[in-house]
Design a protein around this ligand. Structure first.
Ligand code: KIV
Length: 288
């Protein structure tokens, strides 16, 4: 079934309960309108901090402020009625201490009414994930390629391609699971490692560039729509929205220049009596 019909909004425990079952479907979303369209087809929507790169043209996700995530989070919660909405915690708003993370995550949840937050990091975030989940904040973890750490990782690089990296990433997965995360994003991981982690842990793995072995998949919506100028190898373009936008804008510009647009059907007329009076007042004795 590709389209959902029930209306109850999904929760973090609903997603956890899907472990090992039908694949979990998710996309990023930053606006009410695309959230409303995607809502019928996905299980959760992520208001990713990729919004900074996709919509604001930043080189990385590092400059994204908390306020921006809250504004976009509110829009997506308003647009989606059924999907769980997860909001990303941006760089610098949760790493310092569990209390810093709680303070900011609580603000995100209060102001957006989202159902969960996501944060990046494995072992190093274990204590924070436990602190948040014990206080009622569902946490989605994110390991493998963690874009907020690109300066430390040396760029957007696939992780786990050599087996000496495996132990550390497997430990990340185990720690976030034991700390209480309800699901974990695996980004840019070699397939055998993603498959092993998916087998070994009790929470769903959500892959982005981490193979079909994961319990679910997520993509950046603009990438899969064909709206992004450059896309990674793991993205499939399911649409050509960029081309459709350009064609529409080109036609609009042509029609404005050739005075074909606005046509009579796009133009407001006056009521006929008023038009008559207006014509008379302007020295014209018949309707034009
Ligand atoms: O910010 C984002 O879009 C993400 C996805 C890539 C998982 O974290």
């Amino acid at each position: 079934m590709s389209q959902h019909t029930t209306l109850r909004r999904l929760t973090a425990p609903d997603i956890t309960a899907r472990k090992g079952g039908d694949p979990i479907v998710s996309l990023t979303s930053y606006h009410a309108h695309t959230a409303a369209i995607a809502d019928k087809y996905v299980d959760f929507l992520l208001v990713g901090d990729s919004v900074g790169m996709v919509m604001y043209g930043f080189e990385s996700t590092l400059p994204v402020p908390l306020e921006l995530m809250i504004m976009h989070g509110r829009a997506v919660v308003r647009g989606a009625r059924r999907a769980l909405v997860v909001v990303d915690m941006p760089f610098g708003t949760y790493e310092e201490s569990p209390t810093q993370a709680f303070h900011n995550a609580a603000q995100v949840m209060k102001e957006t009414q989202c159902g969960a937050i996501k944060l990046e990091g494995g072992k190093r975030m274990g204590e924070t994930i436990r602190f948040l989940t014990e206080r009622g904040i569902p946490v989605m973890a994110h390991i493998g390629l963690t874009p907020q750490a690109i300066n430390a990782l040396g760029g957007f690089k696939t992780q786990g391609r050599s087996q000496d990296q495996w132990a550390s990433i497997e430990e990340d997965a185990r720690v976030v699971t034991e700390a209480g995360a309800f699901a974990v994003v695996l980004e840019a991981l070699a397939e055998p490692l993603a498959a092993k982690i998916t087998r070994d842990i009790s929470i769903p793995t959500i892959g982005i560039g981490a193979s079909p072995a994961c319990d679910g998949q997520i993509l950046v919506m603009e990438d899969m729509l064909g709206l992004s100028p450059r896309i990674p190898k793991f993205v499939k373009e399911f649409g050509k929205v960029g081309e459709a936008i350009e064609n529409a804008i080109r036609r609009y510009a042509d029609e404005v220049r050739s005075r074909q647009f606005p046509a009579p059907e796009h133009t407001y007329e006056m009521k006929s009596l008023l038009l008559l009076l207006f014509s008379v007042a302007n020295g014209r004795n018949r309707l034009v």
